[in-house]
Design a protein around this ligand. Structure first.
Ligand code: EPZ
Length: 416
């Protein structure tokens, strides 16, 4: 099992490029199931999660071909509309094949994703929305068995804002008979990127990016080429790494457009941020000011940046209050940060972080994707060596992590 050995203390300095967004690429690759014609997706990050999804699509009969960051998919023949537990349990986002399969094939067998470290992660809203469109879904032996002659447009209210729930229902509605309205829809930029890809395939969608999305079903979608948007969470993660080490970095192939809440908080923390058309530069102060955050659906502060901000607050001046309102168990990085000397008190979904003079390197264990990122950030700021174990979590969502960190002057190496 790979580990990451970090020698802390270096101020990050330099420039690196941001990859395509994992959480846009995953639904967009699934969208290829909606058409018999070939689809070309560019700027696809090379991650364990995208590799897993391509394997899953191939098991269904989709032909896939990857050249660099370009993926060509041909779902002319879907021979096996099924997503097995073996694959789904390694990547919950596999549930995103459910909507497209029911819409395209009239049937699907998709394993229930099951929970993960950060929470139970139910998919009841995905099921409820498809049933509203006329799908019959029975859950047995851990699988969702869905059938539908042809989905019908419906007006769907999701009980809470759900990103992949909105994406699944939006994809299914593209081929439904009539108009579907998704109320209380997720407004995340990745939802908009998916909508733009679907529109380029001939879908009739309006309102993506608002909490009310209208989809007028069509008979069929056609092939298209689409470039995945930059990864705003990867961008925010490297900005935090520079902030925590008083560094001065420039990130290219990215945009601050979708990171307002995060950029705002980094400025409050004392960082100097310059926004260019497709780049963002951050100069960290000698010592950060503590910043309190409260996670909520976009455009509020993203839950996927909460762990990284807990790390920077560990070495800031003052006390920060962190409220996690999206997932019920997303503080697992706190106990690992405490091993580095952090002063964190957890009370339910609230963490109180008091900055300490310095963190001291230690061996820590990654538990989920973004928790791992927060341990890397803390290790970069800590004195001495930090060994992060179980970094397969990181490899799910951060492309060429050590290469990019090394380009920014970090002293990091992968050890087995
Ligand atoms: C997406 O997960 C992202 N993953 C997550 O990123 C992200 O943290 C999350 O949205 C919130 O922004 C992908 O896009 C692949 P939700 P998703 O459905 O769609 C509850 C990362 O690190 N809920 O928006 O699974 C749910 O339990 C990952 O890249 C239901 O109760 O999240 C949670 O409390 C982690 N029933 C809340 O809603 C449902 O049917 C929001 O979940 C669906 C969701």
């Amino acid at each position: 099992m790979d580990k990451l050995l970090i020698t802390g203390g270096a101020r990050l300095n330099g420039e690196t490029a941001i990859s395509g967004a994992k959480n846009a690429a995953l639904p967009i690759l699934c969208a290829a199931l909606l058409t018999r014609e070939p689809v070309t997706i560019t700027n696809v990050p090379s991650l364990n999660d995208t590799r897993t999804l391509l394997k899953l699509l191939e098991e269904m009969g989709v032909k896939t071909q990857r050249e660099g960051d370009t993926v060509r998919l041909d779902a002319g023949e879907i021979t096996n509309p099924m997503a097995s537990y073996e694959l789904v349990k390694t990547m919950r986002a596999s549930v995103l094949v459910l909507g497209p399969l029911v819409a395209r094939c009239g049937q699907a067998q998709v394993s229930l994703p099951g929970g993960c470290g950060i929470g139970a992660r139910p998919v009841d809203q995905h099921i409820k929305g498809l049933q509203a469109m006329g799908a019959e879904i029975r859950v047995e032996h851990g699988y969702m068995h869905a059938t539908a002659r042809r989905l019908k447009g419906a007006r769907i209210f999701t009980d809470m804002v759900t990103v992949t729930g909105t994406e699944n229902l939006m994809m299914a509605a593209c081929l439904a008979d009539g108009e579907t309205i998704i109320e209380n829809a997720a407004r995340e930029p990745e939802v908009v990127d998916l909508a733009n890809c679907l529109i380029s395939m001939g879908a009739q969608i309006s309102g993506a990016g608002t909490d009310k999305i209208r989809i007028r079903g069509v008979e069929a979608l056609h092939g298209a080429t689409h470039a995945v948007m930059p990864d705003r969470i990867e961008t925010g993660t490297y900005l935090c790494a520079a902030a925590a080490t008083g560094g001065d970095i420039r990130l290219t192939n990215t945009s601050a457009a979708y990171l307002d809440a995060v950029v705002d908080k980094l400025m409050d923390a004392g960082c100097d941020i310059t926004i260019e058309r497709d780049a963002i530069r951050l100069k960290g102060p000698a010592r950060l000011n503590a910043v309190s955050i409260r996670t909520a659906p976009y455009p509020a502060f993203p839950t996927d940046m909460q762990a990284q901000f807990m790390a920077i607050n560990c070495v800031a001046n003052g006390t920060a209050v962190i409220r996690e309102t999206i997932f019920e168990n997303r503080f697992m990085h706190a106990v690992e940060l405490q091993r580095l000397g952090a002063d964190i008190k957890i009370d339910g979904n609230t963490a109180v972080v008091t900055g300490v003079q310095r963190l001291l390197g230690a061996t820590v264990m990654a538990t989920d994707l973004r928790a791992s990122a927060s341990l890397v950030i803390a290790g970069l700021a800590a004195e001495g060596e930090t060994l992060v174990d179980r970094i397969y979590h990181l490899d799910r969502g951060y492309e060429k992590l050590e290469t990019k960190l090394a380009a920014l002057g970090a002293n990091v190496r992968r050890v087995s």
